[in-house]
Design a protein around this ligand. Structure first.
Ligand SMILES: [Fe+2]
Length: 286
């Protein structure tokens, strides 16, 4: 019997919290997925904002092939990819590293005009404990604001810069097992994005400032901008908006970078952690 024509069973999607995140089972990400499965995963991603998969076996090429089903892949302007595959970043923490990569709440690459749509992160080697990644739902954070605060921030514009992370002496340049580059250009680069962005698929609004890259609110005095950003950044990652993922070798997380912030917990000093990251190019936020 030729079973190649049988439609693949729909992936099983089980939420991990009341706010965001879902574990997806019944999908082997290492083989070419049929269009129906890709559409189902896209819908699950927009609904749950971050999807988790267990027990996958992905070569860098297979990880790129999977991610590219959701859009063209991106390369990072300040982090070197693998020599054989520039689109793949090896996110490694060695046992004697003092700083990890991504160890604070952030949205990826918001210093770009077109920040990534999403990321696919694959666990090659995990520490014996710790090293979880936390995610925060920025739609839920926006929705929880008062109508008055929503009126204050709707229409505001924020400036984002890679300088504090990737400029000379920047935090991410100290994560020495991840190879950063072009620190000179990082210092001066900046871009403007709305403080509240609209998801291009769901139409939902999301808070869109983050502690790693957002430097100020356009048109405000420094003290005003600092006070408002301080409130928004704390509010954005309140526990009620979060979920947390404990990695195993072969785990995959795929997040919608238009909807979430994330945080790579560094609580495993003395141990090694090895992940591979591929990113999908995104649109200009509006
Ligand atoms: Fe990140």
């Amino acid at each position: 019997m030729d079973i190649s024509l049988s439609p693949a069973p729909a992936p099983d999607v089980v939420p991990v919290s009341g706010t965001l995140g879902a574990v997806v089972s019944g999908v082997d990400l290492s083989v070419e997925l049929d269009d129906t499965t890709v559409v189902a995963l896209e819908a699950a991603l927009v609904k749950h904002h971050v999807l988790f998969f267990r027990d996958q076996e992905l070569t860098p090429a297979a990880q790129m092939a999977f991610a590219s089903r959701f859009g063209p892949l991106d390369t990072h302007p300040y982090v070197a990819g693998m020599e054989s595959s520039p689109e793949v970043i090896e996110v490694i923490t060695e046992p004697d590293d003092e700083v990890n990569f991504g160890g604070g709440w952030h949205t990826d690459v918001t210093f770009l005009e077109r920040p990534d749509l999403g990321s696919v992160l694959y666990a090659v080697e995990v520490p014996p404990y710790g090293g979880d990644t936390l995610f925060a739902d920025q739609h839920a954070a926006y929705d929880a604001l008062s109508d008055t605060m929503k009126q204050v921030i709707d229409g505001l514009v924020a400036v984002h810069s890679p300088g504090r992370q990737y400029g000379t002496g920047g935090y991410s340049t100290k994560a020495r097992s991840v190879r950063t580059k072009d620190a000179d250009t990082a210092v001066a680069a900046s871009v403007e994005h709305p403080v509240v962005r609209t998801h291009p698929v769901s139409g939902r609004k999301a808070l869109y400032v983050n502690g790693a890259f957002t430097t100020r609110i356009k048109g405000m005095h420094g003290a005003e901008s600092n006070a408002l950003l301080h409130f928004l950044m704390r509010h954005a990652v309140e526990e009620r908006f979060t979920c947390r993922f404990a990695w195993q070798p072969g785990s995959v997380a795929m997040w919608d970078n238009r909807s979430v912030q994330h945080y790579a917990m560094f609580d495993y000093r003395g141990h090694r952690r090895h992940m591979r990251r591929v990113t999908i190019a995104g649109d200009r936020p509006f």
